[in-house]
Design a protein around this ligand. Structure first.
Ligand code: HSE
Length: 330
């Protein structure tokens, strides 16, 4: 189906409504203001924020010149909004909000990995029915364009496996414990202060966030439905400072990996702490950085690396997603 935004008038401004003004929402507002001209040039037309829906303001961004509402469903019902950007998190209200936007013929951009992993099959079907797009680049590996790479760049390959450090908070905690001798609780509290952790940090330290991201990547790499309930999930909460020290002495790093692998029985999905020889590139991905290795039959191994959490990690990916909806310059 033709993209209605392109068909109607390829030069008119794209009007977006942002729901949620937390770390990612405020970062998105700031990046869009700072890079307004750049985004307009690269998308072929301006991308304007016409409304913000958020329960409260966030001093991290200036919304004084913008139309704001405390009722996020106003944004889903606003006829001036072409694209609703869902950044409220969670899976209940967020699901209803996204379905309402789709019902009203709006494209959706979301950074919500839990929503896509747990309700993506339903949401994509609803979007297909309405001929709109759901873009979710920022949901996986923060600022790394891994969705675009899997969906388009690597599409000619039969993917054999992929493996990645896909939770910035967990990687930050393991790095702080190893490099600075910090305790688990202290490192987690720092990650929370830096805006890396989920509202419920159990998702980060028990591997649930990584499992969400893994099934999203696997759905694209292996052309399979989203299968969150099939992932073997283990976090880093059981990793002690002694484990990290002994691993170091033996020439290894402990990294929390998400792994998806083609087997004769089907696709294996697992997230858990892993011992990796220190000389490997992925063993040297530290702090909040993420990295994903993808092995395709034609290209062989490829590696994607970048900021995995926080406003810096996710807001630009949100920006990138507009390109996916709007398309290249006409
Ligand atoms: N809490 C997530 C992380 C945020 O630490 O990776 C980015 O998805």
């Amino acid at each position: 189906m033709a993209n209605p935004l392109q068909a109607e008038n390829p030069r008119r401004a794209v009007r977006i409504g942002i729901c949620g003004l937390g770390t990612v929402g405020s970062g998105t507002v700031n990046v869009m203001a700072r890079n307004f001209d750049e985004i307009a040039a690269r998308c072929g037309r301006p991308v304007e924020i016409v409304q913000i829906g958020a329960r409260r303001d966030n001093p991290a961004c200036d919304t004084s010149q913008l139309d704001t509402t405390r009722e996020i469903f106003d944004v889903a019902n606003n006829p001036d909004v072409d694209i609703l950007v869902e950044l409220i998190g969670g899976t209940t209200v967020a699901r209803e909000l996204v379905l309402a936007a789709i019902e009203n013929g709006k494209h959706v951009v979301t950074a919500n990995k839990a929503l896509i992993a747990e309700h993506g099959n339903e949401l994509f079907a609803a979007a297909a029915d309405k001929g709109v797009t759901i873009a979710y680049e920022a949901a996986v590996a923060g600022g790394i364009p891994i969705i675009k790479s899997l969906r388009e760049g690597l599409v000619g390959n039969r993917i054999q496996w992929l493996a990645g450090i896909i939770n910035g908070t967990g990687n930050y905690i393991l790095t702080e414990m190893r490099e600075k001798g910090r305790g688990f609780a202290e490192a987690l509290s720092q990650a929370q202060q830096l805006g890396y952790a989920e509202a419920d940090p159990t998702f980060d330290v028990e591997g649930i966030d990584a499992a969400h991201k893994l099934v999203i990547m696997a759905s694209l790499a292996f052309a399979m439905p989203l299968a969150f309930d099939k992932v073997y999930t283990e976090g880093i909460s059981g990793v002690s400072s002694e484990d990290i020290r002994y691993a170091d002495e033996l020439g290894y790093r402990i990294k929390h990996l998400g792994i998806a692998r083609r087997t004769e029985q089907g696709v294996e999905l697992r997230v858990h702490p892993t011992l990796i020889p220190q000389r490997r590139l992925i063993a040297n991905v530290n702090g909040v950085m993420n990295a994903v290795l993808v092995n395709g039959d034609a290209v062989g191994p490829t590696l994607y690396y970048g900021a995995g959490a926080g406003a810096r990690g996710t807001a630009p990916a949100g920006g990138g997603a507009y390109g996916a909806v709007v398309g290249p310059p006409a």
